[in-house]
Design a protein around this ligand. Structure first.
Ligand code: HEM
Length: 443
């Protein structure tokens, strides 16, 4: 087990605590690891001397007090209703052909142990970044030394290929555990998916308030997976495009509009079991309390959008750009009135406006929890930004997303969008004390 720091939160904080945040843990940083080495862990003194002394000599101040910890264990996985953090590193992993069921289980155990450490703001491994033997590569890559947990959450998902390989084989002996509703996504109108940005056996969504913390987590999980799985595709996101709590301000996407206003929120406790969490009477016990994560990498032609008039932009969305109120009138959180008419006699919210087509009233009442991020991946040779929305949503039935995405077929926003990446993963329920992620699937 990784080393505990003497003044760490472990004594006070139950690992499966249901409450988030630990103000007293604000100073809990990887720096604490040096503290441990410095107070005389004799076994580490030789190997860790260089790192510990250097770190102490650097005399770094304690990590900023803003960082808090989100409990890794609980009834549901963290990173879903957790108030959306500002930064994302998402990775889809492909299991290597040589990985068998025992190898997959071992990987999930190792990831669970590392994830628990990472979400506490600690190094991974027994000796971390700088306290191991000098002649061996460090167990932790080290770029998060001195940083606190920054509200890191790690959310794990299982792809359809885990249950049946492309060649039809039941490689991991879990084909009969596949929930009936869990299938690869169908093709949608206007899909321009790039195969290298699509699918994957496992996914890890790392969200944090500090991008370095999120990247450090994915990098170390990828390192731990070496020889068993490799990253198939991945994405950095720099700004959340949704609120998942009524306590949060609504952020903006790269079209400049508020995004997440009508999202499913953590406080809607009656709605979450209806729309988000897989019910307790689901025939597959391992997915009860879990959810389904769908990710879509949506390129946005922002240079073209920027030439559209304000009125046109607002008509495409169906909301005002400033306050984000529906074009039928009212403030941001007033319900849209789809029956209202504008002064020119047409519908106040156009028939092909995004919010009309995506609204539950147009989709049999279904709702999803959106948790996407803005991205910019450099630029293309024409000098245009390769920008977009890394759309992520969670729902208790993938049919919800399929229904809404199909409804968006006539969305005028499509003129400015290209769906280039896609994936679906089943997100097992939360991880109980002593368990590894998805354990019930393999029992
Ligand atoms: C780059 C692509 C997209 C952009 C820029 C975008 C932008 C927006 C904006 C500005 C809103 C209004 C504010 C809000 O309630 O959040 C909204 C609402 C919504 N969007 Fe999107 N969206 C995109 C893609 C999608 C996709 C792919 C889906 C699902 C298939 C989706 C589902 C929804 C839903 C369900 C709502 C709330 C509708 C309501 O209840 O009023 N969006 N989106």
């Amino acid at each position: 087990m990784p080393k505990q720091r003497p003044d760490g939160p472990d004594a006070a904080e139950s690992p499966d605590s249901a409450t988030s945040g630990d103000a007293s843990g604000s100073g809990v940083s990887r720096r604490g690891f040096f503290g441990f080495a410095a107070v005389g862990a004799a076994g580490l003194a030789i190997g860790g001397a260089g790192g510990a002394v250097t770190a102490n000599a650097l005399g770094r101040a304690a990590a900023p007090a803003s960082g808090q910890q989100i409990p890794f264990r609980g009834a549901h996985q963290a990173g879903i209703v957790t108030p959306a953090q500002d930064r994302l590193h998402f990775a889809s992993f492909q299991l290597l052909r040589s990985t068998d069921r025992a190898g997959l289980v071992a990987l999930l155990r190792d990831w669970t142990e590392a994830a628990e450490q990472l979400t506490r703001g600690r190094d991974v491994g027994e000796t971390g970044a700088v306290s191991g033997p000098p002649l061996a590569p460090p167990e932790d890559t080290g770029e998060a030394l001195g940083l606190n947990a920054a509200n890191l959450t790690l959310t794990f998902g299982f792809g359809p290929g885990l249950f049946e390989s492309e060649d039809g084989t039941d490689r991991f002996g879990i084909r009969d555990r596949r929930p009936a509703e869990f299938e690869p996504l169908p093709s949608f109108a206007f899909d321009l998916l790039e195969p290298e940005l699509t699918g994957g056996d496992l996914c890890v969504q790392a969200c944090a308030d500090d991008p370095q913390v999120a990247v450090h987590a994915i990098r170390n999980l990828s390192r731990i997976a070496m020889g068993r799985a490799r990253i198939r595709w991945s994405q950095l996101g720099f700004g959340r495009t949704a609120s998942t709590s009524t306590a949060q301000d609504t952020p903006r996407n790269l079209f400049g509009f508020k995004d997440g206003t009508a999202n499913l929120m953590a406080e809607e406790t009656d709605e979450l079991p209806r729309h988000l969490w897989v019910p307790e009477d689901h025939p597959q016990a391992w997915i009860r309390g879990g959810s389904y994560l769908i990710a879509r990498k949506i390129a946005m032609t922002i240079e073209t959008w920027d030439r559209a008039s304000l009125r046109e932009q607002e008509q495409i969305v169906g909301r005002t750009k400033g306050e984000g109120g529906p074009l039928s009138g009212g403030g941001e959180f007033d319900s849209p009135n789809f029956a209202a008419f504008s002064s020119d006699g047409g519908p106040a919210i156009a028939v092909d406006a995004h919010v009309r087509l995506a609204h539950p009233d147009s989709n049999g009442g279904v709702r999803m929890l959106r948790r996407g991020y803005n991205y910019v991946d450099g630029n293309n040779p024409l000098g245009q930004l390769s920008a977009g929305l890394f759309f992520i949503c969670f729902q208790n039935d993938p049919a919800t997303f399929v229904r809404v995405q199909r409804a968006l077929k006539t969305d005028t926003m499509n003129e400015y969008l290209r769906h280039i990446g896609s994936g679906i993963w089943a997100v097992p329920r939360g991880i109980a004390a002593g368990e590894f992620v998805g354990q019930a699937l393999f029992e």
